[in-house]
Design a protein around this ligand. Structure first.
Ligand SMILES: Nc1ncnc2c1ncn2[C@@H]1O[C@H](COP(=O)(O)OP(=O)(O)OP(=O)(O)O)[C@@H](O)[C@H]1O
Ligand SMILES: [Mg+2]
Length: 516
């Protein structure tokens, strides 16, 4: 047995020795010449072709679509053919999906042609000891097939893999809610620009409380948008649409975004703009979003200095820092995303790297926003979400109490017209608080709350009117006092000037010795 192994062992050792000598002592030009021809010889003798699909493309930001499609495609048959499998969770966090583990191989037959898929990873460039995989480790799939079938594989087979892979992805898709990571996690082993959780919000347009006509219009707008791929390409416009949702807190802006995602089956990217350092980061984040998604920036007026005061502030601070060379704490962490950077992201070239996308901004103060940000074409549709009207109340009554009508509806309708109560507050009163609460009790609670709100609003309005009156009186009194002061000043001035004239006259008389 020992002898049996001794021979190949010494052969390998000999070959290794020769290879090292060849590399050490052969001149560079000669060596590359030999390598080139030896490769040609190998490809002549070895009749197989290999194609590699890397997980990350050159810029390392985006997972290659081809890699993802192949991963999905292979996940169908891999469980029955590969020996080592990786498990992941999909759809509603309930079902398991198994895919090929690293360094596994499966065989496949397509139209009678045999081919091999292998998953592998390239070793790190730097050999360091670490418990976590190295940052520069690259995963890839390798496809091997006979060179006689090159055209068929490169053409129809790979198209088939991409198409099937994408279809499986859509079928298995667990919708996600993404949020942007801080820059520290953008590189390294667990590099990720966004992190996500499963998106499972129950909001639907049917349960959203607002005027039915307005709601229908929005639903139609969204549905038409999602079916207009060809139309957008025909008119030469990127397939995206901007929505501005504005209104007081608790009127359903965030709820509507969830309903939009559920209606269209989209992912949500909740972009926290204050943690984005600059415009470059913003672009990178955008590149890494996928199609069929909603990019949301909540409270846009708070996320960004939109009034153009940023420059002024920076100027002031620069001048301040000249006097005081110690940098202010936290200044480095400040977001430097500018209005123009954001506008570029919305409608510039960057927004076209991806399709079927909604961009949604929300704000409580629409009047604070820069008109450039919300002009049509950027924010195509402006939707106001307002205080609860009677129509909206009826939706909430149906949702919360399963009521279509009730004797108390009429008085609630009247009170809602006279008060400003948000749907969030109305919903809170409609929710039964104890097991014994029946719909009637809940409606009475709401009427009471509306009554209180109406009284409070009356008292507030009276107080404000009184304050306004007092302020006006104060201003009037101040004005009068000023005018009085001015008149008194004028009189005094006149007296003084008269005195001067008299004195001058007397002096002249004295000098000339004339007495009249
Ligand atoms: N129009 C609505 N229809 C149904 N429910 C609503 C509506 N508006 C508010 N609600 C209820 O009130 C809660 C708060 O609403 P939501 O978070 O959507 O308000 P918002 O407008 O986003 O407020 P903010 O401006 O403070 O972010 C929701 O959980 C929802 O249950
Ligand atoms: Mg909100």
């Amino acid at each position: 047995m020992g002898e049996m192994w001794a021979k190949p062992g010494s052969l390998v050792a000999g070959a290794m020795f020769l290879w090292v000598m060849f590399q050490q002592y052969t001149p560079h030009q000669f060596r590359s010449y030999i390598e080139k021809y030896s490769q040609k010889l190998v490809s002549f003798v070895y009749p197989y072709i290999q194609i590699t699909f890397q997980e990350f493309s050159e810029n390392r930001f985006r997972r290659s679509e081809a890699y993802v499609a192949i991963e999905n495609y292979l996940s169908v048959d891999a469980p029955t053919r590969a020996k080592r499998l990786k498990a992941g969770v999909i759809k509603d966090s309930q079902s398991l999906v198994l895919s090929m583990d690293d360094r596994e191989e499966v065989t496949e037959e397509f139209k009678g042609v045999k081919l091999w898929w292998a998953s592998d990873k390239s070793p790190p460039k730097m050999q360091t000891f670490s418990f976590s995989p190295a940052a520069d480790e690259k995963r890839y799939y390798k496809l091997t097939f006979h060179k006689n079938h090159r055209e068929m594989i490169v053409g129809s087979y790979l198209n088939h893999v991409m198409k099937e892979g994408k279809a499986i992805e859509v079928k298995n898709r667990q919708r996600k809610l993404y949020t942007n990571n801080s820059r520290d996690t953008w590189y390294g082993y667990k590099k990720a620009v966004w992190s996500h959780v499963a998106f499972e919000h129950p909001a639907r347009f049917e349960t959203l409380a607002m005027e039915p006509k307005k709601k229908e219009e929005i639903v139609n707008d969204l549905t038409i948008f999602s079916r207009r791929k060809e139309y957008y390409s025909k008119i030469g416009k990127a397939w995206k649409r901007g929505y501005l949702l504005y209104g007081p807190p608790g009127t359903g802006k965030s709820t509507m975004i969830a309903a939009m995602a559920n209606l269209l089956d989209y992912d949500i990217y909740d972009l926290e703009l204050t943690s984005v350092k600059d415009n470059t980061e913003l672009r990178k984040l955008l590149i890494d979003t996928r199609s069929k998604s909603i990019i949301v920036i909540e409270d846009i007026d708070c996320s960004l200095d939109l009034t153009g005061q940023r420059k002024k502030k920076e100027k002031e601070e620069d001048e301040e820092s000249k006097d005081n060379p110690i940098p202010k704490k936290g200044k480095e962490d400040e977001s430097k995303v500018t209005l123009s950077g954001l506008l570029n992201v919305i409608d510039g070239l960057w927004s076209t790297c991806g399709e079927e996308r909604l961009i949604v901004f929300t704000t409580n103060y629409v009047e604070k926003l820069d008109p450039a940000l919300i002009r049509r074409g950027r924010m195509d549709k402006h939707i106001e979400l307002s205080y609860c009207c009677f129509e909206a109340f009826k939706v909430l009554a149906k949702n919360y109490l399963d009521l279509d009508s009730h004797l108390l509806f009429a008085s609630i309708g009247r009170l809602l017209e006279e008060t400003n109560m948000t749907p969030a507050d109305v919903a809170e009163y409609l929710m039964p608080k104890t097991i014994t609460d029946d719909p009637g009790t809940c409606l009475e609670n709401l009427i009471q709350a509306l009554g209180t709100a109406k009284e409070e609003a009356r008292v507030k309005a009276e107080k404000e009117a009184k304050e306004k009156e007092e302020e006006e009186e104060r201003v009037k009194a101040e004005k009068e006092a000023k005018e009085k002061e001015a008149t008194a000043g004028e009189v005094k001035e006149k007296e003084m000037s008269d005195e001067r004239v008299t004195e001058n006259g007397l002096a002249a008389v004295k000098e000339n010795g004339v007495v009249s």
